[in-house]
Design a protein around this ligand. Structure first.
Ligand code: FE2
Length: 269
């Protein structure tokens, strides 16, 4: 892409709510990763994000298994007509997750689709709360009861969930099968919920060490930076991407992938 992208942390009261049409986004639980102070131990949990279709209305029938007609992609689109949870946090966040859902007026049984960005314990530790939801974990899709259906997801083949709503294959962090969820049309534009493709804003000095495939992850990160207006990372506050047509004079010709934390924005070429 041309031009530069700089990032700005989104501050405000939790949970972060980005109203939109056809989908709103609520970051129910903000992920974190903090040194424990003992060796290299880190205390961490993953972000949990709700994608809520504007058209969704709770009805008794919404709790029924979606019709699917034998096609995985049809079943996925049907499942995406209701509340969608992207990642669930670790099992230690169970009560926090239930409370955050309740604060949005939702019970676990209202969630019709859970997307697990990758198969790490801090991202899919509460799948057991959602036995009535369809599950898309990495590239594996199943309906309630464990009926697995092929989808054909690939880097050049995103999955359509609804109007503009897509799942992208974004390999790298956990291996070849990580996914991200792209949500258009919010008050701040397109939101991409990325799991650990981005650990946090300004993670340029740390993500490679946590990556199974840094080459693939770099590719995934650039793809996301080319589309997102807001990124929900796995272990930090959501951040906004601001695109600039030309290079600011104050940045000169230095390499713009530097990490500058909260005092300055992070800038990506
Ligand atoms: Fe994580």
């Amino acid at each position: 892409m041309s031009g530069l992208v700089r990032t700005e942390p989104l501050r405000g009261e939790a949970p972060l709510l980005l109203p939109g049409d056809p989908y709103s986004v609520v970051v129910l639980l903000q992920g974190y990763a903090e040194p424990e102070g003992i060796g290299d131990a880190v205390r961490a949990d993953g972000s949990v994000t709700l994608v809520l279709p504007r058209a969704w209305v709770r009805t008794p029938s919404s709790r029924e298994p979606p019709p699917w007609g034998g096609e995985g992609k049809t079943a996925l689109e049907e499942a995406a007509r209701g509340p969608i949870l992207v990642d669930t946090g670790g099992p230690w966040a169970r009560e926090a997750l239930l409370g955050a859902l309740a604060a949005q007026g939702l019970a676990p049984g209202d969630v019709t689709l859970v997307v697990g960005t990758h198969g790490h314990s801090d991202h899919i530790g509460n799948l057991g709360l959602f036995p009535a939801a369809a599950l898309l974990v990495s590239h594996d899709f199943c309906l309630p009861g464990g009926l697995y259906l092929p989808l054909g997801l690939g880097e050049e083949q995103p999955l359509k969930l609804g109007p503009g709503l897509e799942v992208w294959a974004t390999p790298g962090h956990g291996g070849q099968r990580d996914v991200s969820v792209v949500v258009p049309g919010t008050a701040l534009g397109t939101v991409v919920v990325v799991g650990d493709v981005f650990e946090s804003d300004g993670d340029e000095d740390s993500w490679q060490a946590l990556s199974e495939d840094p080459v693939a992850q770099e590719r995934s990160r650039k793809k996301i930076l080319g589309t997102a207006d807001v990124v929900v990372p796995g272990h930090g506050a959501p951040f906004r991407l601001v695109r600039e047509a030309s290079q600011p004079e104050s940045l000169g010709n230095r390499q713009l992938d530097s990490v500058v934390g909260e005092k300055e924005p992070t800038v990506h070429p």
